[in-house]
Design a protein around this ligand. Sequence first.
Ligand code: F3S
Length: 432
Amino acid sequence: MNKYKMQLTAEQQAILDGKEGEVKAKVMETLVMFGDIFGAEKLVPVTHKQGHLVTSFGIGLLKPLFSTMDKLIAGGVKAEGGFSVDPRPLDYDNVKCNFLEKLVFNKILYSQQEMYEKQLRKVGLTGSSKFTCACYLDEVGNQPKEGDVLSWAESSAVVYANSVLGARCNRNSGMLDLFGSIVGYVPYFGLLTDEGRKATWKVYVKTTKKPEAQILGSAIGMKVMEDVPYVYGLDKFLGNELTDDAKAYLKDFGAATASNGAVGLYHIDALTPEAKRLGEKLLADNCKEYVIDDAELERIYKSYPVMWKNKEKEGNLCFIGCPHLTYSQLCDWTDKIVASLKAAGRKKVAVRTVLTSAPDVVAKFKQTKKYAELVATGATLTSICPLMYTNNPLTKMHRIMTNSNKLRTYSAARYYKDEEILKKITGVKEGK
Ligand code: F3S
């Protein structure tokens, strides 16, 4: 008798019984147990075959992860549709580290990076350029369609896929993303169901100008936590089509909702695909309400703690691009930095500045003359995850500035609005 509550098809049961080997049976069992915990009645096929993994870093302490990978490889199983993976943690050419930092990174923190990347390739990593959290960008090409079922875990990618692309994915944990891609099934619950995609919050944006994406996302995330918000009033600023600008805005907004809260799906009235198709049919009964005006956004912004040891000093390192910048954002930041430096009468950035974007986007950008313009400012361009870089005991040596609410939340970095951070890095004096 089946000891699990979930109903399995004959094919799924056969995998669980070991018809495709002992290792795949274990992978299936893990997914079934996971589904049982969340009350899933069944497993459904993953229709977008390309996976995305959140665990991209070879942290020496993650021994169980490496031994699970070894078992998968020995058992001859892999994600047949391939997968992309979150960014690498290090790039010494473009994000300089001192001797002590390198020692900590190479010998302690990411001592297993090379070995782990070999393991990733063996279980299905699509290519060495596929290290990015923004795997859904055109240049990277891991793009689900509306209605597709996915097996992903990276919170910023999951919320984007659900909300902007209209795909279906739960906020899985690391390794479950890979397991779902290996067996090709995921448990059916939560954001995979029509009911689970209904909004339980009505959010009204009543600001006088376009709100900073990362502060608006932060405000909504902190208020609704893991619930689904339906947002009114944002189409006034973003329009009714998912243009490059709107998508870039929603990428940053969504990452903030997912990290400052635990949002896996949001609907933007008259803009995102399900909201356009179903409108207020997406609202659950008795929705709670949240109104966001200029004062509320400012209250949220002022509430962010400054974690620097010396709060009075200026920042000395800046990261822009968490989640990874789109191609247009990269061009836009380059133009803004160049123009602001010119206005300030400077040639080089006043603060060490690092822009981050997907390797495939960086490759495209390097073909343009804007790349030379960016390099001439002294800023550097990389594809690492800034959070992985800050994830070490020496990070407090730096006073890191960022316009990413995710990076602010998980590190000691200080958040600044786009306009402020531009002034800081280009040496524009206060009040100008
Ligand atoms: Fe991406 Fe790393 Fe930020 S995975 S969202 S750059 S924390």
